[in-house]
Design a protein around this ligand. Structure first.
Ligand SMILES: [Zn+2]
Length: 394
């Protein structure tokens, strides 16, 4: 004799009810019953479980005609939180969001990814704790954890790197996080998360969107038909390692003349420092350019031209509707985008370059955090997962 079927049966499809309530497509017991093809009593029982977990709240709607007032159910995004992080090659931004993806608190910190995934995750965890403390939430409130990382080539060749390359697999980082969190965990490239967030929120009609990050390194996220494209081995969009004609600077990947070696924020910091400017990072290059320094603005504009030239290949290949631009160098005034436009128009098929819109990422600094939140909230509120969260006993 087993009671398991009954226990499973009792919570099954509660997640489906939550999904319908959350989307607004069915918000009363009658509507849920019709949409799910279940008896009203069964639906009521499932909804009670959701109310018990705080995921759904009820309010009484005014009676229609002579009918009795019906309870209208609403998803409560404040019931739980998601912890999210966007990690770059020199800095990270960590935040806590509610279940609608609204950012409640953020922490920024410098980070050295060369120390390897375990040390990085420790720093991220410290920032997570700060975010929870600042918002008065606890570990029990956490419904999911999402982290955006630099691309694999960057991680494997990070300055001062001591970790074996395989340690940086997204699964490696996920496994380390899973030691601390028994909730859904999403790990992806930050630039892919950024591209997905911008596409979903601001360019839902875009068939192809590229999210170009110009920070310490140059990277690109690719979204086609609403789906992030990772490629055969997860390095789709690594345009920073495309060689630039005539360039001979050595790159960390072992080739010479890569875009990253001549036009990234890291390369500009190196070149401007060699010319006597007091800069050591992409962020400082951006600040110098924003302040109107002639050498810095010229360097950023020329970097934009070179990146635009490489981007032209992607534009010809994928015919994007939109390229959103993000990262420290995009913060240094209009010079980067002006250069990108010049490089792109010179090198891309006119029909493709005329079509594409080039604009700043509208989520700004938080773009990849928003993407990480969206991705992990989808995992946390997946109907099958929600069913497993609910109490199995009456
Ligand atoms: Zn390279």
């Amino acid at each position: 004799m087993s009671t398991l079927p009954d226990l499973v049966g009792r919570t099954s499809r509660a997640g489906e009810a939550l999904s319908l309530i959350r989307s607004g497509s069915a918000t009363t017991i009658a509507e849920l019953s019709a949409a799910m093809g279940l008896a009203r009593s069964t639906v009521s029982e499932r909804v009670d479980l959701l109310v018990g977990r705080g995921l759904v709240s009820a309010e009484l709607a005014p009676a229609q005609g002579r009918g009795r007032p019906a309870s209208v159910f609403r998803f409560d995004p404040t019931a739980r939180v998601a912890l999210v992080a966007q990690v770059g090659m020199s800095g990270m931004r960590v935040g806590v969001t509610d279940l609608s993806g609204t950012i409640l608190h953020t922490v920024t910190a410098d980070v050295a990814v060369g120390q390897g995934p375990r040390a990085l995750v420790e720093e991220v965890q410290t920032a997570f704790e700060q975010c929870l403390a600042a918002t008065g939430r606890t570990h029990d409130d956490v419904a999911g954890v999402g982290v955006g990382l630099p691309g694999r080539i960057e991680l494997d060749t990070a300055p001062g790197g001591t970790a074996p390359p395989a340690a940086w697999s997204p699964y490696g980082v996920r496994a380390i996080l899973a030691e601390a969190w028994d909730v859904p965990i999403g790990v992806d490239r930050a630039v892919s998360l950024l591209a997905s967030a911008e596409q979903r929120s601001f360019h839902p009609g875009a068939t192809v969107l590229l999210g170009l990050k110009v920070g310490t390194v140059v990277e690109c996220g690719v979204v086609v038909d609403g789906r992030s494209v990772g490629g055969g081995s997860g390095i789709a969009g690594e345009i920073g390692h495309t060689a630039v004609a005539g360039a001979e600077a050595p790159c960390v990947c072992g080739n010479v003349g890569c875009l990253n070696a001549v036009a990234s924020g890291g390369a500009l910091a190196r070149d401007l420092a060699a010319a006597g400017h007091p800069v050591a990072s992409a962020r400082e290059v951006a600040a110098l350019a924003a302040g109107g320094d002639v050498d810095a603005t010229h360097a950023v504009r020329e970097a934009g031209r070179r990146i635009g030239g490489v981007l032209a290949g992607a534009v010809n290949l994928l015919n994007p509707d939109v390229v959103v631009v993000w990262g420290y160098l995009a913060d240094g005034g209009d010079h980067l985008v002006a250069g990108l436009r010049e490089g792109l128009y010179r090198a891309a098929v006119p029909a493709a370059s005329r079509h594409v819109r080039l604009e700043a990422a509208r989520y700004g600094d938080d773009a990849a955090l928003k993407g990480a939140a969206t991705a992990v909230i989808e995992l946390a509120l997946d109907p099958a997962h929600v069913d497993t969260l609910l109490p199995r006993e009456a």
